[in-house]
Design a protein around this ligand. Structure first.
Ligand SMILES: Cc1cc2nc3c(=O)[nH]c(=O)nc-3n(C[C@H](O)[C@H](O)[C@H](O)COP(=O)(O)OP(=O)(O)OC[C@H]3O[C@@H](n4cnc5c(N)ncnc54)[C@H](O)[C@@H]3O)c2cc1C
Length: 490
């Protein structure tokens, strides 16, 4: 009990969990040649909490539970949310621009569960909030790593769960008894389930009464019988094994799985929603508010990496004072600073939940930030590629610098501006190439879809926005109303 070392965390994953990689059963994920890279990355958060330089940021002294991971600190106001932004931003920078999700996503889900179960208990007389708080206590006291499976496989997207041609295309309750529930179905894109101790499961959308059996939320250990994790191929790690100088691929990766629930039993104490369809939508949208706040925080750090690459390559190539390069770089600055600004503004203008007193990031600003991140990412990458030139694709490997026959050619011809070390320059080109090739599919797709698709943010913004003051201004300017209220925030 208490904060765990990286070794304790890694040991805890040797628990018989059922994982598959490229069609083969993985006997021990912590020792698997490829998947262990995702475990190593997750373990960094356990390492950092014992580093005297970062302990202040990573560890929170909770009045009830003592020293806990700061990721699990329940936000109570703007300053807690700003600290959370900083925590996610800086730990992503520590991960060479790769987000470290293992405590962030689970805490996002726990905060949402606290808020929604409290409302549910008040309205329906259920007993879910107590269970969530017991579970939260178990998580923080044991310093657990969590994954969250919300996104169902969904079959025909235009149909509701109960209308699908196969009833298992959304996760559902197939049996209930005095001990608990049995669930069947599959979630998809589950980040770091292979590296988590526990999996929190949430509904992915609003439900109707006919979808009652699909309105389900719970938490289970990852080694629960019937839970099967089918990993995506980890191209970046496979490439890093061929070329160990590809540091990021070796050290900083996360994994996604198709997460199958083959009649999985969940005891009642771990069930947080079972059939209360009226609240499925509320849970499905409250979790993303926290999780999109997390998204803009880590995406700002990814932008910091792109900015660093662009500026250094502009300097190495001797073009950093050229006007179009300046414009490219300023676009990257704009992207990064807009994401930071939205994270800070959504902290300042947070909403305090009436029943739990939890600070919820501002829903409008968070979604604006998330949309900026969605829509701007590929444009920012385009800017960095414009600055870098063709070596972003054609640079030799760093291994070529180890060859006595050819290294002197690289040192002579790939030097860039006088005084630049050719190997440093090629290392940066290799890094950029990895971001747009071996990590390219992941980042390109993740920046569009992870934490909800573009349309999900558009829908949320359109429906939550308060148009009153804008409409009043238009009526006033058109001469339809002859006065306007000033300084009214509503
Ligand atoms: C790298 C990565 C990591 C992720 N990690 C997690 C995770 O840890 N946990 C988790 O639960 N999820 C995770 N996700 C899932 C992510 O939230 C989803 O990808 C996202 O919600 C989109 O869902 P989808 O992929 O099923 O795409 P789809 O829903 O199929 O969307 C494809 C397109 O269809 C549109 N569409 C879909 N349904 C409708 C409809 N009914 N009407 C109109 N248009 C529609 C969408 O707007 C989009 O434009 C992750 C995704 C990625 C890419």
């Amino acid at each position: 009990m208490g904060l765990r070392t990286p070794e304790e965390y890694i040991e805890s994953l040797r628990d018989g969990r059922e994982i598959y990689y490229r069609g083969e059963r993985v006997s021990d994920v912590t020792r698997h040649e490829i998947l262990s890279a995702a475990i190593r990355h997750a373990s960094d958060l356990f390492k950092l909490q014992f580093d005297p330089r970062y302990k202040n940021m990573l560890v929170y002294n909770d009045p009830e539970y003592g020293e806990i991971s700061s990721f699990y600190k329940i936000p109570r106001g703007p300053s807690d949310l700003k600290e959370r932004f900083k925590l996610i931003y800086e730990t992503t920078r520590y991960g060479r621009g790769m987000f470290n999700i293992i405590k962030a996503i689970g805490s996002d889900a726990l905060f949402a569960l606290m808020i929604v179960t409290k409302r549910m208990d008040k309205q329906l007389g259920t007993d879910y909030y107590r269970r969530v708080m017991e579970y939260y206590k178990y998580v923080v006291k044991n310093d657990l790593g969590l994954a969250v499976a919300q996104t169902d496989v969904k079959g025909d997207r235009s149909l509701r769960p109960h209308q699908q041609h196969d009833p298992d295309l959304y996760l559902r309750i197939v049996k209930t008894n005095e001990k608990g529930i049995v669930v069947r179905g599959a979630k998809v894109h589950t980040t770091q389930a292979i590296a988590a101790n526990e999996l929190i499961v949430l509904p992915t959308r609003a439900m109707t009464e006919k979808d009652k059996s699909y309105a389900v939320a719970f938490a289970i250990p990852v080694n629960t019988k019937g839970l099967k994790l089918i990993s995506r191929p980890m191209k970046a790690v496979e490439e890093a094994l061929r070329d160990p100088s590809f540091v990021m691929g070796k050290m900083n990766v996360e994994n996604e799985t198709l997460t199958v629930f083959d009649d999985v039993f969940v005891p009642w104490e771990r069930v947080f929603m079972a059939g209360e369809w009226q609240f499925a939508g509320s849970l499905a949208v409250t979790f993303p508010i926290f999780h999109r706040f997390t998204a803009i925080s880590y995406r700002a750090a990814m932008a910091d990496l792109l900015l660093g690459i662009a500026k250094l390559l502009a300097e190495y190539n001797g073009v950093d004072n050229k006007s179009h390069i300046r414009r490219d770089i300023v676009e990257v600055i704009k992207y990064k600073e807009l994401l930071i600004s939205t994270a800070l503004a959504s902290s300042d203008l947070c909403m305090i939940d009436e029943l739990t007193k939890i600070a919820i990031p501002n829903i409008i600003i968070t979604n604006v930030g998330k949309l900026l991140a969605n829509e701007g990412y590929l444009d920012v990458v385009k800017r960095v590629i414009d600055v870098a030139g063709g070596l972003a694709a054609t640079a030799p490997s760093l291994k070529d610098f180890e060859s006595p026959e050819i290294s002197h050619y690289l040192e002579k011809y790939l030097v860039g501006k006088k005084g630049v070390n050719a190997k440093d320059r090629v290392a940066l080109f290799n890094l950029l190439r990895s971001l747009i090739s071996s990590f390219g599919a992941l980042f390109g797709v993740a920046m569009m879809h992870a934490e909800g698709s573009i349309e999900a943010s558009v829908i949320e913004l359109y429906r939550s926005y308060n148009y009153n003051s804008s409409k009043e201004l238009a009526l006033y300017a058109a001469g339809i109303k002859d006065s306007i209220k000033l300084f009214d925030k509503s």
